[in-house]
Write a protein that binds this ligand. Structure first.
Ligand code: BES
Ligand code: ZN
Ligand code: ZN
Length: 497
C-alpha cells in the first residue's frame, strides 16, 4: 500500500473511493464539498436499516459519484462516547478489508470525520493508520501466489489535523506498524528458516540504515561468558546458539539505559521432556518475545527517540539430540547460581536467566523482559491480556500506562515470596520446575527474578497467550499467525522513559 498525506478536497480528485466515518443516529456526515451527497446516502441507508454506524459496520456504495469520487465507503465508529483510539485502529482494519474486497485501487480517507471524537485527534489518526498497515500484513514468503494489496491511500487532512501534523503522525504510525510487522514475519518464519543464526542475520539486515549497534555472540563467545543456561538448552540441537545484542543511543551517555530482554527460542520441542505432537508446530513462535524486542528496537531507532536502550535476545533451539539436557541435570548460570533441570521443557527461564544477569551488569535504569514463557499464562489470561509481573510499582505503572496508550491489554499478576519458595532446588540452588501445582507463570517469574541485579526495577511480560493467533479479538491481527504483541507498548515505554 502506498500512503500519502494531503489536504482533503472533495472535488477534482482523481482518486476512486472516498472513505468517511459515521456514528449512530447521525444521518449527516460533514464532508466539505460533498456533504449533501454523502449525507443523502447515509441517511437513506439509516432509514432502510441497512446501516446503523455501529463499530466495525461498513457500507460500500459503488459508482455513487460523490464530489469527484467514483465510490463511497462509509464506516461506522459506534457511539461517540465510547470511541477510543483502539476503535480507530480497528476501523483502519475494517477500511483495509472493505477496500480489498471491493478491489478498488485509489482511495482517500476523510480525516475530519475519522478523528471527530478522538482524544487527541493526532493519536486517533496514528491508531487508524497503524490499523490499516497492520491489517495489510500477510506472510506469503513460501507461497507461489502472493497476496495483492489495496493500492494508493491518501490521508486527506482538514481542520482537526493539519496536513503538516498529519505527515509526521503518519510517519510515526508507519514506523511503529512496520516494526510490528517485522516482529510478525520473524515469528511466522518456520523453524528451519529462522534458526538462531538466521535470527541474528535477520536482525542485522533489519538494522541496516539505523544507528543501532548490533553485536552477536557466537557459541565460543557464549562459552566465554559462562552462560550455562543458554548453552545447556542449546546442547541438544545441531544449531548453535546466538546471543544477539542491539544498542541504541538516543540520549546523553550519562543517562542509564533501559534494557529489553526477549526469549528467542526458535523452536521448542520440549527437549527430552518432549511436548505432545498436537500443536507442536506452534512452538516456532517461541521466539516471539525476542522478535518483539527486535521489532521495537528497530522502531525506537527509526523514531530517533531520546533514550538509551539496549536489547538482549538469547537464541537457541530446544531439541532432544544425544547431548541434550536430561531431567535431573544440574547446570551453572552465568551469575553462578546452580539450577536443577527437572523439566527440559521449562527452558525459556534457563536462557533468560543468563540474559538477565548480562543485562543487569549494564547497571540499567530498568529491565523489561518479554517471553512466551508458560502454558499456564494461556490458561490464566487466554489471548486477551499479556500477564505482567514485576518488582517495582513505578515501572509496572509505566508499562500499564504505555499499554493504555498503545491499545494493548496487560494485566498485573501477583509475585510474592511463596512463589520463590516453590522454586528452591533439592540438589542445586534453584529448580527450573515449581515444587507445587498451579501459579505456573508466577513461579516462572519468580525464577527469573533471581537473576535481576539488586535494586534494578524489572517487569516480566509473559506473552504466551498474546504472541500469536489473536485475530478472533483484534481484526488487525492474522487469525493464524504472529500478532507482534507488545511492540507498540515497548515503543510507548521508550517514548516516556
Ligand atoms: N514455550 C513454552 C510455553 C508455551 C506453551 C508458550 C504454550 C505458548 C504456548 C515453555 O517453554 C514451556 O514449555 N513451559 C512449560 C513449563 C513447565 C514444564 C514448567 C509449560 O508451560 O508447560
Ligand atoms: Zn518449553
Ligand atoms: Zn519455550
Amino acid at each position: 500500500m502506498n500512503l500519502q498525506v494531503k489536504k482533503f478536497s472533495a472535488d477534482n480528485e482523481e482518486t476512486g473511493t472516498l472513505v468517511v466515518f459515521a456514528t449512530p443516529g447521525k444521518k449527516s456526515v460533514s464532508v466539505a464539498g460533498a456533504e449533501k451527497e454523502v449525507s443523502l446516502l447515509v441517511s437513506e441507508a439509516h432509514t432502510n436499516e441497512a446501516f446503523a454506524a455501529g463499530v466495525k459496520e461498513a457500507l460500500f456504495f459503488r459508482n455513487s459519484y460523490v464530489g469527484g469520487f467514483k465510490h463511497l465507503l462509509v464506516v461506522g465508529l459506534g457511539e461517540s462516547k465510547e470511541i477510543t483510539n483502539e476503535t480507530l485502529r480497528q476501523a483502519g482494519a475494517v477500511v483495509y478489508g472493505q477496500l480489498k474486497a471491493a478491489k478498488v485501487k485509489d482511495s482517500t480517507v476523510h480525516v475530519d470525520s475519522l478523528v471527530k471524537y478522538a482524544k487527541p485527534a493526532t493519536d486517533g489518526l496514528q491508531a487508524f493508520t497503524e490499523g490499516l498497515l497492520l491489517a495489510e500484513y500477510n506472510y506469503d514468503d513460501f507461497k507461489a501466489q502472493k497476496a495483492t494489496s489495496i493500492g494508493d491511500i491518501t490521508i486527506g487532512c482538514g481542520t482537526a489535523v493539519t496536513t503538516v501534523r498529519g505527515k509526521s503522525v503518519v510517519d510515526v504510525a508507519v514506523i511503529t506498524a512496520e516494526g510490528t510487522n517485522l516482529t510478525r514475519s520473524l515469528g511466522d518464519a518456520p523453524g528451519n528458516k529462522m534458526t538462531p543464526t538466521l535470527l541474528a542475520k535477520a536482525t542485522m539486515n533489519a538494522a541496516k540504515g539505523t544507528k543501532l549497534k548490533i553485536t552477536v555472540l557466537t557459541k565460543a563467545q557464549i562459552q566465554k561468558e559462562k552462560m550455562g543456561g543458554l548453552l545447556g538448552v542449546a546442547q541438544g540441537s545441531d544449531e548453535d546458539p546466538r546471543f544477539i545484542m542491539m544498542e541504541y543511543k538516543g540520549a546523553a551517555a550519562s543517562k542509564k539505559p533501559l534494557c529489553l530482554v526477549g526469549k528467542g527460542l526458535t523452536f521448542d520441542s520440549g527437549g527430552i521432556s518432549i511436548k505432545p505432537g498436537a500443536g507442536m508446530h506452534e512452538m516456532k513462535y517461541d521466539m516471539q518475545g525476542g522478535a518483539s524486542v527486535i521489532g521495537a528496537m528497530i522502531a525506537i531507532a527509526k523514531l530517533k527517540l531520546k533514550v538509551n536502550v539496549i536489547a538482549f535476545v538469547p537464541s537457541s533451539e530446544n531439541m532432544s539430540g544425544g547431548s541434550a539436557l536430561k531431567p535431573g541435570d544440574v547446570i551453572t548460570s552465568r551469575a553462578g547460581k546452580t539450577v536443577e533441570v527437572l523439566n527440559t521443557d521449562a527452558e525459556g527461564r534457563l536462557i533468560l536467566m543468563d540474559a538477565l544477569s548480562y543485562a543487569s551488569d549494564k547497571k540499567p535504569a530498568a529491565i523489561i523482559d518479554l517471553a512466551t514463557l508458560t502454558g499456564a499464562m494461556v490458561v490464566a489470561l487466554g489471548n486477551s491480556h499479556t500477564g505482567i509481573y514485576g518488582n517495582d510499582d513505578k515501572l509496572i505503572q509505566k508499562v500499564e500506562a504505555a499499554a493504555d496508550r498503545s491499545g494493548e491489554r496487560v494485566w498485573h499478576m501477583p509475585l510474592v515470596s511463596d512463589h520463590h519458595d516453590d522454586m528452591k532446588g533439592t540438589h542445586a540452588d534453584l529448580s527450573n520446575l515449581s515444587s507445587t501445582r498451579g501459579a505456573g507463570s508466577a513461579t516462572a517469574a519468580a525464577f527469573l527474578e533471581n537473576f535481576v541485579g539488586e535494586g534494578i526495577p524489572w517487569v516480566h511480560c509473559d506473552i504466551a497467550g498474546t504472541g500469536w493467533n489473536c485475530g478472533n479479538r483484534l481484526n488487525y491481527c492474522p487469525a493464524k499467525g504472529a500478532s507482534g504483541a507488545m511492540v507498540r507498548t515497548l515503543v510507548e515505554v521508550a517514548k516516556k522513559f
